[in-house]
Ligand binder design. Structure first.
Ligand code: CP
Length: 331
């Protein structure tokens, strides 16, 4: 287990404790049955009258602990919790004692002492959600940890694909057997790519990872049914879903990317989409850098599901919060 700050140590007690079963630390924690139930619960919550929904987590306390910036994940978890009647508090590294050097362990224990019943954590350290779950014993929802995982994003992406591709059958290992998902861009640094590449093949999908060599992993993440394709146009010709990724400048660590070359080789633009994937669904987890990995015609065009992804995030995260805080409701 790595060290998260100069003050972070995993106590023996924490190392020996299991994370709360309502936690979501990795997409691999969830069986297909559980994912199926979570998506069904998201549908129920979406259809439920506001008054009934507000009773689900009435008065429960949810802490949002964000060590990295976020718009979609933070806001959707916060609105999801509030839509279920819960109280929320936001702790960010910019305005809390984290800035003074307080460790993740001490921050988590402090939130627990203040009555937090669930912590949603975004951290730049891979594995931090697991550490927090073990230290606090609370359900912890991983809102993105370093270059490791973004499991709630993979769930909302799955919900988006199923709805937009009109796949209504129950989830099993062949549900997406006719679907090829091309994930293009800065795959090497992307927790979204990793969580999707771990989830989608379990449902039978082919996943093609595409991008310049220095932004791709050396191997196809060592995952089954995941391949690396260097030629974006060739990959697009096979795509039912074109999932674009931002170049994560904050994680490049000295790598130099020539924007012109990148655009020539890997930008999803109107001409490329029309020529190679005229019926593929266009997805992007956000934030987008328009004009670099994607142009506005694709981002805002009829094939785009990018706004849908954000909306699906709200209901997917409601379902995760209900699972975390009401174990009697079995997703
Ligand atoms: N997709 C995603 O994680 O976006 P944010 O960084 O805005 O939360």
């Amino acid at each position: 287990m790595p060290c998260y700050s100069r003050l972070d140590v995993m106590t023996a007690a924490a190392a020996n404790s299991n994370p709360h079963t309502g936690s979501l630390l990795s997409i691999q924690d969830l069986s297909l049955d559980t994912i199926s139930s979570l998506l069904a619960l998201a549908n129920t919550l979406e259809a439920e009258p506001h008054r009934d929904r507000m009773r689900r987590l009435d008065g429960r306390k949810v802490a949002l602990l964000f060590y990295e910036s976020s718009t979609r994940t933070r806001t959707s978890f916060e609105l999801a919790a509030k839509s279920l009647g819960a109280m929320t508090t936001l702790v960010s590294d910019k305005s809390s004692s984290i800035e003074k050097g307080e460790s993740l362990h001490d921050t988590g224990v402090t939130l627990r002492a203040l009555g937090a019943e669930c912590i949603i954590l975004r951290s730049n350290f891979s594995g931090a959600p697991e550490l927090l779950a073990r230290c606090t014993g609370l359900p912890v929802l991983n809102a993105g940890d370093g270059m490791h995982e973004h499991p709630s994003q993979a769930l909302l992406d799955l919900r988006t694909m199923l709805k937009r591709l009109r796949i209504n059958e129950a989830l099993h290992d062949k549900t997406l057997s006719d679907v090829t998902v091309v994930i293009t861009g800065d795959v090497r640094h992307s927790r979204v790519a990793r969580s999707n590449a771990m989830l989608l093949p379990r449902l039978g999908a082919r996943v093609l990872l595409c991008g310049p060599p220095n932004l791709l992993p050396d191997q196809a993440l060592s995952l089954p049914h995941v391949e690396i394709v260097r030629d974006f146009d060739a990959a697009l010709r096979q795509a039912n879903v074109a999932m674009m990724l931002r170049i994560q400048r904050e994680r490049l660590a000295g790598l130099d990317i020539d924007a012109g070359e990148y655009i020539d080789g890997y930008q999803l633009n109107a001409a490329r989409l029309a020529a190679h994937a005229p019926s593929a669904l266009v997805m992007h987890p956000g934030p987008m850098v328009r004009g670099l990995e994607i142009d506005s015609a694709c981002a805002d065009g009829p094939q785009s599901a990018i706004e849908d992804q954000v909306t699906h995030g709200l209901y997917t995260r409601m379902a995760l919060l209900v699972r975390a805080l009401t174990p009697e409701v079995q997703p």
